[in-house]
Design a protein around this ligand. Structure first.
Ligand code: GLU
Length: 309
């Protein structure tokens, strides 16, 4: 019997980490992924990436959801919480292990920093534990082998990308020393479980994408289409975020902020004499969405009012 093809034509997502309130930069990723999905008559899901308790701020997940609603960014279906999905990550780790792709690693960050060369996703792991743990050392993390794999993919905005995982990244962690699934593994398992067809997110994650495509290949999962939006930066060229004390956009009047986001995304703006609901503005922007002016932009300056003093 033929099984019906149930993969949706377009299912996108916004996947915030609840490490603090939304700021201009995270709103850019939310709005960009929302508009691209809705413009293609697609679904748009929200996934809370609450997989890193030490970095989480209590109450931030709920506040992010309230802020999305305040901005008229209404999602489809239930919010998925990574914090509830440990067994799914465990199954993926077991599959990788059974296929011989994993090994235990005893190295501390410090040891790696002392010997490794800087690469595209942090230090390039020098392979110290690849053929077994050194005498007397205990396993801390689990790493996946990358061998001689080169990954090529076409990004919707950043063009054709190529990364040699062995030379540029090295074998990377899939289960951390604190026993939690690493971001690279969790994102791949969840994008597949949620049948995400289009990943639209900030270009700060461009260098992670080849690692994710590598894991999809090893786990026999489909690779979504990727589109990496320009990242909002401050005058020092730093990404807006908690470390750079970006201002929260939680309590502000949504329409002027959305207009700034649309300007940042180089979108046409409606003639408005003020007063539309955020939903009306997003509907207009959905109909007029055109991402071609953003081609090749990895970063763009954020307007000054969203930066810390
Ligand atoms: N949770 C990640 C972040 O907030 C985004 C992950 C993704 O979109 O793949 O930076």
């Amino acid at each position: 019997m033929e099984t019906p093809d149930i993969t949706p034509a377009y299912r996108g997502r916004f996947a915030p980490s609840p490490t603090g309130p939304l700021h201009f930069g995270s709103l850019v990723a939310a709005v960009g992924s929302y508009l691209d999905a809705r413009h293609h008559a697609g679904e748009w899901l929200v996934r809370m990436e609450d997989l890193d308790p030490p970095r989480e701020v209590p109450g931030a997940a709920d506040e992010i959801l309230r802020t999305l609603e305040h901005y008229g960014l209404h999602w489809d279906g239930e919010v998925r919480y990574q914090g509830h999905r440990h067994s799914g990550y465990q199954l993926a780790l077991e599959q990788l292990d059974a296929d011989g792709w994993l090994y235990g690693c005893a190295c501390t960050r410090r040891e790696i920093a002392d010997t490794a060369l800087p690469g595209q996703g942090g230090n390039i792991y020098p392979g110290t534990c690849r053929n077994g743990l050194p005498e007397g050392r205990k396993e801390r993390a689990l790493r996946v082998r990358v061998g001689d794999t080169e990954i090529c993919f076409d990004d919707g905005l950043q063009g054709s990308r190529r990364q040699h995982l062995g030379r540029d990244v090295g074998d990377f962690v899939v289960r951390r020393a604190d026993d939690l699934a690493a971001y690279q593994l969790a994102v791949v398992v969840d994008d597949a479980a949620q049948q995400i067809t289009h990943v639209v997110r900030g270009a700060d994650l461009l260098d992670s994408t080849p690692r994710q495509i590598h894991l999809q290949g090893l786990l026999g999962l489909a690779t979504p289409t990727y589109l990496h939006l320009p990242v909002a930066i401050n005058s020092a060229g730093e990404k807006l975020g908690k470390q750079t004390h970006a201002c929260s956009i939680a309590g502000t009047d949504p329409v002027p902020v959305l207009l700034d986001v649309l300007r940042f995304l180089k979108q046409e703006l409606p003639d408005t004499d003020g007063g539309p609901a955020p939903e009306d503005l997003l509907d207009w922007a959905t109909r007029h969405w055109d991402n071609t002016p953003l081609c090749g932009h990895g970063t763009r300056p954020a307007p000054a009012e969203y930066l810390a003093d």
